[in-house]
Design a protein around this ligand. Structure first.
Ligand SMILES: [Zn+2]
Length: 295
């Protein structure tokens, strides 16, 4: 993919020097969660007793109440070493993000809508998000609550080595897929699917959502055809194939990512990416109306 010297997005936040420590990772964690558990087991008197004991321990200097209550994680900033290869990847994702902005601004405008781009946050190791703590082992992800895309650039080593899907276009596809989730958030698909969480067939809706994100990644590719080089589509297909549900799902942990659920089979993923690539139109990506077996 030709990308050097092209426009880089300004909606990228460099959080690689941030170190996140502590924090309860959302409601129900830490001391509050402990008190709720005690309350369930021992009732109100139990909670009172626990508070009393906690208060005494605190007075004696044994526990720090902030420790009990958890509170927000602390973020410190460090100077980081960045290799030239990593800097190149960083610049690359900025160009891909800029491409998605142009693509979706055009597509939304065709439907008299205004596209609000997401922020891409590049981090290392662990990151505090509006959806709880995220970690690099989960791969890139989108958080609907804060509308950010998160990526640890070391994922690209994994894509090349573990998933055997190297190449810059494969890396671009991964970003475009996550931005696809943002498009779904803006169009209301994510919220509709999230509301079905309790249904027994929820997993099917999750697959439909994932395949639509692949279709949107294909739409991105369609609108950037002029920058494609030989073998690029194969690269993206290989990535779509390699990060099908069975491959990547093992790596997902926790509730923060829709990816904790199945993405659909590798074949389905490739088919929908390809549909997006051919069509280039937002309205052709309806993965919700057709029967599940025909996806
Ligand atoms: Zn996804």
């Amino acid at each position: 993919m030709e990308w050097k010297g092209r426009r880089e997005s300004e909606n990228v936040e460099d959080g690689r020097g941030e170190r996140t420590r502590g924090g309860t990772g959302g409601a129900g964690g830490g001391g509050i969660g402990l008190l709720m558990t005690i309350g369930k087991m021992f009732g109100f008197k139990g909670v009172l007793a626990a508070l009393l004991v906690g208060g005494v321990l605190w007075k004696m200097g044994i526990v720090d109440p902030s420790m009990l209550l958890g509170g927000p994680p602390t973020v410190t900033r460090e100077q980081i070493q960045v290799s030239p290869e990593e800097e190149e990847r960083f610049n690359f994702v900025k160009v891909v993000l800029a491409d998605t902005e142009d693509t979706w601004t055009k597509e939304f405008a065709r439907h008299d809508k205004k596209y609000q781009p997401p922020v891409l946050k590049v981090y290392r190791g662990q990151v505090n998000t509006g959806c709880g703590m995220g970690s690099a082992s989960a791969g890139p992800f989108y958080c609907p609550a804060d509308q950010n895309v998160y990526i640890d650039l070391s994922f690209y080593d994994e894509l090349a080595e573990t998933f055997n899907a190297p190449g810059d276009f494969a890396q671009g596809y991964v970003v475009a897929h996550e931005v696809g989730h943002h498009v779904q958030k803006l169009l209301g698909y994510s919220d509709k699917v999230a509301a079905m969480r309790a249904r027994p067939d929820y997993n099917q809706y999750s697959v439909r959502l994932e395949l639509q994100a692949d279709f949107y990644a294909g739409v991105w590719a369609h609108h950037n055809k002029e920058y494609l080089e030989r073998g690029d589509i194969e690269e993206a297909m290989r990535a779509a194939n390699a990060i099908g549900d069975d491959a990547i799902q093992k790596k997902m942990q926790g509730k923060i990512v829709p990816h904790a659920f199945t993405h659909g089979t590798s074949q389905q993923r490739m088919r929908w990416f390809n549909k997006g690539l051919v069509s280039g139109k937002i309205e052709d990506g309806d993965t919700f109306s057709m029967p599940y077996e025909q996806l």
